[in-house]
Design a protein around this ligand. Structure first.
Ligand code: MN
Length: 227
């Protein structure tokens, strides 16, 4: 399987002023592209051409049968492709984000019951995102066993389900410096606060209903599209 870079579903400046066009170009055209290119190299090297992205990520982290370098290459670059494709998919321009004002049911009720309120959820999510040491991601996940929503973080380009198959992704926020440094400099806190203005609750809720809530991992296709 050849992995390819997905096109954004919106213009590079669509998320402006919260995420500017320069950041989007750098992030998508160079950072995400590099993960895709490297992933193809490592997949060839490992002879894993027939596996889907989710299969690679779910199987590789504890697989001691492949050499360390290839294993890290698959996890880092496979995660880079998965996480960024997911991230682009759950953002939209501010006018569209505002129309929604939050997720519809059942997700909204589940967020309220897990975190007390939407505002409290955002506060806890931001606080977790802020505390990621170095590079990584903040996630809302659905635990398939407890059937509850949780906030978690992952280092580097790890995905929650690589470590634990029960942790099903619902939404994610990139807190690598490359996601905000051009625009916000060191101020990750301000970036995480502004980011909520471009969160696409409609997409998140559709994915939740189709995947996590049914006990499934969101499927990112080889070309980075999600359906
Ligand atoms: Mn990134």
């Amino acid at each position: 399987m050849k992995f390819t870079l997905p096109e954004l579903n919106y213009a590079y400046d669509a998320l402006s002023p919260h995420v500017d066009s320069k950041t989007m170009h750098e992030h998508h055209d160079f950072h995400h592209k590099a993960y895709v290119d490297n992933l193809n190299t490592f997949v060839e090297e490992a002879g894993r051409r027939d596996e889907s992205l989710v299969e690679i990520l779910a199987k590789t982290i504890h697989d001691s049968s492949i050499c360390e370098n290839t294993r890290h290459g698959l996890i880092n670059n496979g995660g880079g492709h998965y996480n960024h494709s997911f991230f682009w998919h759950i953002m939209c321009e501010e006018s569209c984000a505002k129309e929604m004002q939050g997720p519809p049911e059942p997700l909204s009720g589940m967020i309220a019951s897990a975190f007390g309120s939407m505002d409290n959820f955002k506060k806890e999510f931001n606080s977790s995102a802020f505390k990621v040491f170095g590079s990584g991601w903040a996630w809302l996940v659905y635990d398939a066993s407890s059937k509850k929503l949780e906030i978690t973080t992952t280092p580097n380009q790890d995905t929650p389900f690589s470590h634990n198959r029960e942790k099903l992704p619902v939404m994610c926020l990139d807190v690598w410096e490359h996601a905000y440094y051009l625009q916000y400099k060191h101020d990750r806190k301000k970036y995480t606060e502004c980011w909520w203005n471009v969160v696409d609750w409609k997409s998140i809720s559709c994915l939740f209903d189709k995947y996590a809530h049914k006990g499934k991992i969101v499927n990112v296709n080889a070309d980075g599209t999600i359906d």
